[in-house]
Design a protein around this ligand. Structure first.
Ligand SMILES: [Zn+2]
Length: 268
């Protein structure tokens, strides 16, 4: 099925591998547009119902990724049905996906703001903004400053990540994990906003005031994560298509329908 055909039928029309490849490609391009990915970094996502995941060909420009630049890789590191090479830091994705059955998508980025927090003595990146409650359990830092190319390095990173949703990598970058590629994109946007907020407080010479336990509890009560993800996904896909970050023919296959955007929880 071509993207035009999927587009005409709307979101959810494609087979799982095609849908995952398209979403992963869109997430990659949108992350480039948000300054979260550039010439390096990558996104992976599990293919529902298969013992394999999608990741880009390592050499393809992140700004021009399409479903055709995506590879299917199994959990033994074997590329299925294609002769492209995955990114050299594949062990980040492979070992985290193996260690964390709850995780459906992984982002590795060399985000400068995140790296800065691995280079300041006695300074931890903390939940500052309301949307940063996602990282309330903590954001550990992995001590290995080199690129993660060996399985044992990937396993060590997965161990540092533990049960959390983000791990910083000393002088190198960060890795985020989420329950879907869409959620991963939204988390990445908020992760950057939060790191920026803390950096701005520090640059102003002030002592950062992170969210307290009580504030985090209060925010949690009001949270509608699933709906929030759909709302931001809708915004960024439309914006991306309008600004030609995404090919126009992808829009129909990616934009949520009206029914999908209906809130299932109403607080009043
Ligand atoms: Zn890296």
């Amino acid at each position: 099925m071509t993207i035009t055909e999927i587009s005409r039928k709307g979101p959810g029309a494609a087979a799982p591998a095609e849908k995952t490849a398209l979403e992963t490609a869109a997430v990659t391009r949108l992350l480039v547009s948000q300054g979260i990915l550039d010439y390096s970094g990558h996104v992976s996502a599990r293919i529902p119902g298969r013992d394999a995941f999608i990741i880009q060909i390592g050499s393809t420009s992140r700004a021009e990724i399409s479903p055709d630049s995506m590879l299917v890789v199994d959990y033994d590191r074997k590329v299925i049905g294609d002769d492209g090479q995955p990114p050299s830091e594949l062990p980040i994705h492979l070992e985290i996906l193996k260690a964390r059955p709850d995780v459906q998508a992984v982002l590795h980025s060399h985000m400068e703001l995140a790296i800065a927090f691995t280079m300041m003595e006695g300074m931890k990146l903390l939940p500052m903004r309301a949307r940063a409650t996602r990282w309330k359990s903590g954001i550990p830092t992995d001590p290995d400053p080199s690129h993660i190319k060996l399985p044992e390095q990937g396993r060590a990173l997965a161990k540092t990540l533990g049960p959390h949703h983000a791990v910083l990598m000393r002088a190198h970058g960060l890795t985020l994990v989420a329950e879907s590629a869409q959620a991963l994109f939204v988390d990445a946007v908020h992760f950057k906003e939060n790191a920026m907020a803390q950096m701005q407080a520090l640059q102003a010479g002030a002592k950062p005031l992170p969210l307290t336990e009580a504030e985090i509890e209060q925010i949690k009560k009001m949270e509608m994560r699933d709906w929030h993800i759909k709302k931001l996904w809708n915004y960024y896909i439309r914006k991306g298509a309008k600004e030609e970050v995404l090919p126009p023919e992808w829009k129909g296959a990616l934009v949520p329908t009206k029914a999908m955007l209906k809130r299932d929880r109403v607080l009043n």
